[in-house]
Design a protein around this ligand. Sequence first.
Ligand code: HEC
Ligand code: HEC
Ligand code: HEC
Ligand code: HEC
Ligand code: HEC
Length: 262
Amino acid sequence: MKRYYLFLTLIPLSIFAMTLPAAEKTIDYQRAQWDPIHFQPAIASATNKQCLSCHQEVLDRKLQTKSPAGVEAASTLAWYQTLTSYKGPQQTFHQRHLTSDLATQVMDMKCTTCHQGSNPREEAIIPPDQNQDQFTLRKSVNPETCLMCHGEFPDYKRMGLTSHWNSSRDIFQNNCLLCHVGVRTTRHQVNFLKAEAIETAGKKDSDVCFGCHGGRQWYRISYPYPRHAWDGMAKATPDWAKDRPTESHPRFKLQTKKVSKK
Ligand code: HEC
Ligand code: HEC
Ligand code: HEC
Ligand code: HEC
Ligand code: HEC
């Protein structure tokens, strides 16, 4: 019986084994696919190194130079590739978030910033408390995570701008910091961003700020950002902000002082 099973798995195993480091070679494909590290609670504390011990291909994979119909990839540009902060030839999605120049400069993303567990059968997130609100069927990543950096530019009226940044940027010298040097200054204190590097880069070029706040917009809505208290903040909370959290999502909080037991 065991031999029969081995025979059946021999072909896929041999392909899979080539990509596995020595220590993992004893695990068969099914066991690896259903490895507890893919599920809560183990995934919450998984490191990039652990995930990459089986999935190095997500960073190493090369793009095709031509589409199946023969169009040269290098001859087509997406609009976001025209932004000043876009550098280099086309790369994969995972490379752009984990290893590109910009990604390593301003972000510090982990696999688990986006992947919180997925069920190979349903391709759905399995929330720790089975909360139906979090059930994103057939998506292995909750799109709300993406919305934080790929949403619409926030409501321009609340910012006191004359119109959307697309048309008012020149009036404000294409400089977010004209206002944001004194407004909503407690920002980016989360474990997947490099807060100081963002300020340094944003000072030189506000397209870096805009890049995550409207410049790479995949969604028609804006993310409802938490509203952290800042020095000089008015005491009264405006109506639009009454339902807003005042702190970042617990999952993203910086663990500086406390040592987490998880
Ligand atoms: C022991 C090896 C191993 C480890 C460690 C591992 N995985 Fe996997 N993972 C697999 C295998 C095997 C599959 C099935 C791949 C397939 O069918 O293409 C899989 C599937 C997945 C899938 C679904 C792919 C799809 O096409 O549906 C995702 C997403 C994923 N893993 C993410 C992760 C993340 C994130 C981590 C770290 C928390 C991780 N994996 C750790 C072996 C592993
Ligand atoms: C910016 C968010 C993000 C980060 C960071 C991220 N992923 Fe993914 N990953 C995704 C999305 C989105 C998909 C596609 C999901 C789908 O098809 O539903 C995906 C797909 C995958 C897949 C299956 C498809 C494929 O490309 O093979 C694997 C495996 C995977 N990720 C592993 C990883 C590992 C390992 C890391 C850390 C080194 C990582 N991911 C980091 C968002 C992310
Ligand atoms: C913390 C902010 C952040 C989050 C969260 C984030 N992205 Fe991005 N994304 C970026 C930045 C910055 C770039 C540009 C990187 C570069 O140009 O090197 C980018 C680039 C992209 C690109 C273009 C990639 C390419 O091939 O050029 C796509 C598509 C994308 N993101 C989709 C997503 C999706 C889907 C998610 C959620 C799973 C997500 N992003 C989450 C910041 C983020
Ligand atoms: C004319 C001044 C001004 C300029 C210029 C400006 N902002 Fe704002 N911004 C504000 C004010 C005021 C608020 C709301 C403060 C509050 O919470 O009461 C705000 C809020 C925000 C928020 C939070 C939105 C939310 O829904 O919680 C983000 C993100 C933001 N700005 C990013 C930017 C970026 C990026 C730029 C440049 C591309 C920019 N701002 C340019 C004044 C400005
Ligand atoms: C790499 C992507 C990225 C870049 C670059 C970036 N932001 Fe953000 N910004 C975010 C994310 C993600 C959040 C939400 C963080 C959280 O949940 O606390 C945020 C939050 C904010 C907020 C809300 C602050 C609050 O009250 O918590 C403001 C205002 C803001 N950003 C302005 C800016 C300005 C100004 C720049 C340029 C100096 C900038 N951002 C550059 C991703 C980015």
